[in-house]
Design a protein around this ligand. Structure first.
Ligand SMILES: NC(=O)c1ccc[n+]([C@@H]2O[C@H](COP(=O)([O-])OP(=O)(O)OC[C@H]3O[C@@H](n4cnc5c(N)ncnc54)[C@H](OP(=O)(O)O)[C@@H]3O)[C@@H](O)[C@H]2O)c1
Length: 259
């Protein structure tokens, strides 16, 4: 079976967007990104979805529009935006679902300041902050001016400075706090340049993916959701957004997370 043919029901989550809206998902091969494109592909509102990912998703069964995108390479982000402009014109939504918490080169969330490593901090910032900011640089100008459009980045509750009681996870927390500041800044400039556009950060909850795998043992089973449920929740939040929400960070249940 294709990995892109999961059976989930096809109710529309996108009633506030125009029918056939053009939607780009960056990181469409990740746990949450893949669930988002699957869900969007089945939506009754028939969005026109482009999947962007560093490895080619057509090999794992994705049959829609695809363009490769490597977050740590600015020209690949620029090329992807030019491809979208040629093929689709404008976009109604961009969802950036990329992110890095740990990898097989030894990057892992730090429990203590003694574990701080300059290479790891830099790399986590490059993927979690600089990459999404460069996606914004090239994709914000593609947002539709004539109807509701949204630029959303997957952030994380642990990026909230106000909400930080536990400490640890230095690089990841700081990279997401910096991403939140980028998003706030983008929302201010966007207000001047595109009056119908909204720019937000999204916290998906704790989701069963590669990113959370090593740490989900510490979370009660009923607090972890499937990527499919996370996608449904996040699309529902996107659907309810208005321009007054721009610059804010939202959790999966629609509540606002303080910076
Ligand atoms: N899962 C959770 O519990 C949780 C909780 C809070 C926030 N979040 C946030 O949600 C977002 C998605 O996380 P996830 O759980 O879906 O993680 P995931 O399954 O590990 O997916 C991460 C995605 O980011 C992509 N990526 C990483 N580095 C990249 C690069 N240099 N260039 C292009 N793509 C790159 C990965 O591509 P490859 O597949 O090619 O590696 C993958 O598509 C992240 O921002 C994460 O911080 C997740």
């Amino acid at each position: 079976m294709d990995t892109f043919s999961l059976a989930i029901d096809s109710k529309s989550s996108l009633t506030s967007f125009s029918r056939g809206a053009n939607i780009a998902v960056v990181g469409a091969g990740g746990g949450i990104g893949k669930a988002l494109v699957e869900r969007l592909s089945m939506d009754e509102n028939k969005p026109n979805v482009i999947a962007l990912n560093r490895s080619d998703l057509r090999r794992s069964g994705w049959k829609g529009l695809f363009k490769s995108l490597e977050l740590e390479n600015e020209s690949s982000i620029k090329e992807a935006s030019e491809f979208i402009k040629r093929k689709m014109g404008t976009l109604s939504a961009v969802i950036v679902a990329t992110g890095l918490l740990h990898d097989d080169t030894g990057i892992k969330p730090e429990k203590s300041w003694s574990a701080l490593d300059p290479y790891s901090i830099e790399r986590v910032y490059r993927v979690n902050t600089v990459g999404p900011a460069l996606v914004a640089k090239y994709f914000l100008p593609l947002l539709d001016n004539n109807c509701k459009s949204v630029f959303a980045c997957l952030s994380a509750r642990v990026g909230s400075i106000a909400d930080n009681d536990l400490g640890g996870w230095y690089a990841y927390r700081a990279s997401k706090a910096a991403l939140n500041m980028m998003l706030k800044n983008f929302s201010i400039e966007l207000r001047r340049k595109n009056k119908s556009a909204v720019c937000v950060g999204l916290h998906p909850g704790t989701v069963r993916t590669k990113l959370s795998k090593l740490f989900s043992n510490n979370v009660s089973p009923e607090s972890i959701v499937s990527p499919e449920l996370a996608a449904i929740n996040l699309l529902s939040v996107l659907n309810d957004l208005t321009v007054r929400d721009s610059g804010k960070i939202f959790a999966y249940d629609g509540s606002v997370i303080p910076y």
